[in-house]
Design a protein around this ligand. Structure first.
Ligand code: UTP
Length: 275
């Protein structure tokens, strides 16, 4: 049985919706209460048994690398104090995970960012997390749910969620046949359709398991919407061959790439932590 051992974090985008906060700081380092978005993503990967983390970064993103490394001065400063506990989660991550990084020099879209990550992944199935989609669940994390599905279906899997029809233009949207509870065999997918062109209200959110042939498919995918190489366009080819599953996951997702979603996630998490 093939298992998913690696997770890729495309994190090269400019995060323009959060300017000026993201002028010199990566969007992925914005904190939900005290933890940066990307740390939640890495913890979700660990929860799915994945410990090899690859990050596609860009200019001005060095804080991500520093976050998953030791800060000797800080460690020395708080040694023996009750503040040490606050670093236990990052210490645990560093003990269990390996991190590798590569840079996307030109931001040519999510599909392109994933292709840039090929050097970190090689020829094996892998997970992709967009850290600005922050997901909370009662039981297994979203990625853990998807890894289990991969063991059964052995093909690409996209996480989907119902969205209001007038918001389809913000997402990749799938059309598929219900195969089992919450599981669709995807026939067609459209990037950011106008509501009248949307084939359904099932939108793809930032969690994927991709089969390794996706890299070859992306290589031959021309730029699409906004002149960017879209992962949805590449997945469309696999979908036409019946090799994409849409999974309506159990849990709640906050779009932390938008200000409203970010504030909702912050309030939700703060309440959960102070309950
Ligand atoms: P977004 O479009 O949500 O991120 O891309 P953005 O461009 O950083 O945000 P705004 O719209 O300017 O505020 C989704 C994900 O894909 C990554 C982003 O980092 C984000 O995690 N991405 C996007 C890349 O890594 N490279 C790209 O060329 C585009």
């Amino acid at each position: 049985m093939t298992i998913v051992k690696k997770c890729l974090f495309p994190a090269a985008g400019y995060g323009t919706r959060f300017l000026p906060a993201t002028k010199a700081m990566p969007k992925e380092m914005l904190p939900i209460v005290t933890k940066p978005l990307i740390q939640y993503g890495v913890e979700e990967a660990m929860d799915a048994g994945i410990t090899q983390i690859g990050v596609v970064t860009g200019r001005g993103k060095r804080a991500i690398e520093d976050h998953f490394d030791i800060s000797y001065e800080l460690e020395h400063q708080i040694a023996g104090s009750d503040k040490e506990e606050l670093l236990s989660s990052t210490r645990d991550i560093m003990k269990r995970c390996t991190f590798s990084y590569t840079r996307q020099v030109e931001m040519k879209g999510l599909g392109h960012a994933i292709l840039v990550g090929e050097t970190l992944i090689g020829r094996e199935p892998f997970a992709v997390v967009l850290a600005d989609d922050y997901c909370v669940t009662e039981g297994d994390g979203v990625l853990a749910q998807m890894v289990k599905l991969y063991e059964k279906y052995q093909c690409s899997i996209v996480a989907v969620q119902e969205v209001p029809k007038d918001e389809t233009y913000l997402y990749g949207v799938i059309e598929g046949d219900l195969e089992a509870d919450n599981i669709y065999r995807v026939r067609n997918m459209v990037e950011k359709p106008a509501p009248e062109d949307a084939p359904s209200n099932l939108a793809i959110i930032g969690r994927y398991i991709l089969s390794p042939d996706i890299f070859d498919v992306i290589r031959s995918t021309p730029p699409g919407k906004n002149g960017e190489i879209q992962i949805t366009d590449a997945l469309q080819l696999q979908a036409q061959q019946g090799r994409v599953i849409g999974y309506q996951f159990a849990g709640r997702r906050f779009d932390c790439g938008s200000i409203d979603g970010f504030i909702d996630a912050t309030n939700y998490t703060y309440k959960a932590q102070t309950k």
